[in-house]
Design a protein around this ligand. Structure first.
Ligand SMILES: Nc1ncnc2c1ncn2[C@@H]1O[C@H](COP(=O)(O)OP(=O)(O)O)[C@@H](O)[C@H]1O
Ligand SMILES: [Mg+2]
Length: 387
């Protein structure tokens, strides 16, 4: 028998990429439709564990197989400089250094250090722009194709970086109209950003980056349970283990179609059967797998989601967790807003304020008029358990 086929690890490609055909199609189309296709600037959002990082990997695989150059980056200090270097390994840094006038570097403007060369933030758009131009003019990009840049963890990008990238991409798009190369032969830039849902506010409502508003936005949501079941049957079958369709269906229901949970449940269910030296997954493995997967899920998803919140958001969520019992919707985790008001001991407007923030950050969801529900599975139980 093979090793465990499931991959419950951040950023690791799953054995079957469940339920992402539509977004993949959008992306393929964008590459083929040429410069100006909406999907060439894409914003992929989703909570932790929804598969943003693997989506970017998949996009790069597709682009590579179509003859595109690909660059993979993660937002953090020095993003623009790393991009410039990746786009233009020969001149990326030289260009950056050469454009730095002494007057500016001494003027106390924001600057950062990179291997002994200081690059001014104010110069960043120009630097990146030049690097993009060089990249598209050079041998590494092909006629009618171009370069795909993927940037992960975009919620951590600085405003300067966002502006620099937006300006450079916009420049390249505008410039392509001035060239007399046939449209189908032009080389272009495709760029995909991935990040938490909260990043959309930063990016899209930031008036210096209007171009982000024109980006194609795709939110990664849960995938359908029957598709998860079919993926289980396939993956488990190919690993040399047996599973009944009904048993696979139970496992799929436990995952609720949450991508990370799909891998966790698969992994622990499979492990349970192997530990019994069984060749087939049975209901007892589902029970064991559910327990192990949940423990892991709470640690990896619920805890970090709450850690990132402020004190008021936590008060709201605690009141909401208590109220979802009161409203008689305990199982579904639904809570009535008026119950949250009394449980939180705050005003209605205070509750409305934090309701809006938590909705925006996809921690909670609207569940009919006057009700909210948790957007992350098992979050209610977790909040109750941490007190
Ligand atoms: N469409 C999918 N189908 C099945 N498993 C998936 C899917 N997308 C992601 N996964 C799995 O979910 C986990 C989290 O994926 P990742 O890309 O790291 O999420 P994010 O970057 O959104 O936090 C990984 O274990 C990955 O294998
Ligand atoms: Mg990720």
């Amino acid at each position: 028998m093979d090793g465990n086929p499931f991959k419950p690890t951040a950023g690791k490609m799953p054995p079957v990429l469940v339920g992402r055909q539509l977004i993949i199609e959008d992306f393929r189309e964008a590459l083929r439709d040429g410069i100006g296709a909406p999907g060439r600037i894409m914003l992929v959002t989703g909570q932790r564990g929804f598969g943003k990082t693997v989506m970017l990997t998949e996009f790069r695989k597709i682009a590579k197989s179509e003859g595109w150059l690909t660059i993979s980056e993660t937002a953090s200090d020095g993003l623009v400089d790393r991009l410039a270097l990746a786009l233009d390994p020969q001149d990326g840094l030289r260009v950056a250094g050469a454009q730095l006038s002494p007057a500016i570097s001494a003027g106390g403007l924001g600057s950062l250090s990179l291997g002994g060369i200081t690059v001014s933030h104010e110069m960043a758009p120009l630097t990146l722009r030049t690097a993009m131009d060089h990249c598209l003019a050079g041998k590494r990009t092909k006629k009618g194709k171009g370069v795909l840049i993927t940037i992960d963890e975009m919620q951590s990008a600085s405003r300067e970086d966002i502006v620099a990238i937006a300006t450079a991409v916009q420049h390249v798009i505008a410039q392509s109209d001035e060239s007399d190369i046939a449209e189908r032969d032009k080389r272009g830039v495709a760029i995909v950003f991935a990040g938490l849902p909260s990043m959309v506010n930063e990016l899209v409502n930031n008036n210096t980056t209007t171009f982000m508003r024109r980006a194609m936005q795709r939110e990664l949501a849960n995938v359908s349970v029957p598709e998860v079941r079919d993926a289980y049957v396939k993956t488990i079958g190919e690993s040399g283990m047996d599973i009944d369709k009904d048993v696979a269906d139970q496992a799929a229901r436990i995952s609720q179609g949450y991508p990370y949970m799909i891998q966790l449940v698969g992994y622990y269910v499979w492990r349970s059967a192997r530990r019994r030296n069984a060749r087939s997954i049975e209901l007892q493995d589902i029970r064991q797998g559910e327990h192990d997967a949940l423990t892991e899920f709470v640690q990896a998803v619920c805890a970090p989601a709450i850690d990132g919140l402020g004190a008021s958001e936590r008060i709201f969520l605690r009141a909401m967790a208590e109220s979802s019992g009161q409203s008689g919707f305990g199982a579904a985790g639904m809570a009535k807003i008026s119950d949250i008001v009394s449980a939180s001991r705050h005003s209605r407007s205070w509750v409305n304020k934090y309701r809006a923030i938590l909705l925006r950050d996809r921690i909670i969801e609207v569940a009919g008029h006057g009700y909210v529900t948790f957007a992350i599975p098992h979050l209610r139980e977790y909040i109750m358990s941490v007190g």
